[in-house]
Design a protein around this ligand. Structure first.
Ligand code: ADP
Ligand code: MG
Length: 245
């Protein structure tokens, strides 16, 4: 179904103590859609992404991912999370495991893949991120950009319905950024549903179906890249873009 909504977040409120970090945030994402979230540091982007994976508690609101309510007493979060791939700024690979084993471990334990199937799938994804020749290497032998591409392969191995990226290139040396963005662009072209927090504005323009500008715990504006970058309606968006572009 083309019009299927994979993520429906409605009226999310979240405070840390007195600090109201999410102020009535709503966002729906359709199957195959690529949503890029931009906005100043501290505006709540990471907290919001984490609510989509049940990694934060919320004070009010509803999140539904792939038809399952996350903030519900009856929810099996581990089961919901199997549909959600998440890639962070820091890749968190296991240093004592080969690249191949890093990629297959979670799939074997939670998806009950046979080792043979897990390896076969892992090879496919490592090939996709152009690292099949590093299969038997260890994380310490890889560059930051390569490690991040392994983290993407590891997430894909779980066959997620949606991929969440939280500043996946922010910790990388500039010369590594392009390869990671290229893998993400390829995923987008292959129809993966994605929500991406990034400061890479060129990437956002090229790849996003929709750009969401987040500031002060709220979605201030959202639209096509042309709408948000070329004709921003909100003064806050204009101010932010003037600073970063
Ligand atoms: P962004 O990703 O846009 O930079 P964050 O979601 O990380 O923003 O942070 C939003 C606000 O929430 C910040 O003021 C931050 O200090 C606060 N915050 C985030 N996580 C926590 C936490 N675990 N405990 C207390 N405050 C937090
Ligand atoms: Mg953040």
């Amino acid at each position: 179904m083309l019009d299927e909504k994979i993520v429906i977040a409605k009226h999310i409120h979240k405070s840390f103590g007195d600090n109201e970090v999410l102020k009535d945030v709503s966002l729906s994402v359709h199957s195959g859609e690529v949503v890029v979230m931009i906005g100043p540091s501290g505006s709540g982007k990471s907290t919001f992404l984490r609510t989509l994976n049940g990694l934060e508690t919320i004070d009010k609101g509803q999140v539904m991912v792939n038809g399952q309510l996350l903030y519900d007493k009856k929810v099996n979060l581990n089961q919901v999370r199997q549909n959600i791939g998440m890639v962070f700024q820091h890749f968190n690979l296991f240093p004592n495991m080969t690249i191949l084993n890093n990629v297959i471990m979670a799939a074997i334990s939670t998806k009950h893949f046979t080792p043979e199937k897990a390896r076969q799938e892992a090879k496919k994804y490592l090939d996709m991120v152009d690292l099949s020749e590093k299969m038997n290497s260890y994380p310490a032998q890889l560059s930051g950009g390569q490690k991040q591409r392994v983290a993407i392969a590891r997430a894909l191995e779980m066959e997620p319905k949606i991929m969440l990226f939280d500043e996946p290139t922010s910790a990388l040396d500039p010369e590594m950024v392009g390869d990671v963005l290229e893998v993400m662009q390829q995923l987008a072209q292959n129809g993966m549903t994605m929500i991406i927090v990034t400061h890479e504005m060129g990437f956002a323009k090229r790849v996003a179906d929709r750009v969401v500008f987040f500031s002060d715990g709220m979605i201030q504006e959202s639209g096509t890249p042309e709408e948000v970058f070329d004709r921003p309606a909100s003064p806050r968006t204009q101010g932010f873009l003037e600073r970063v572009l």
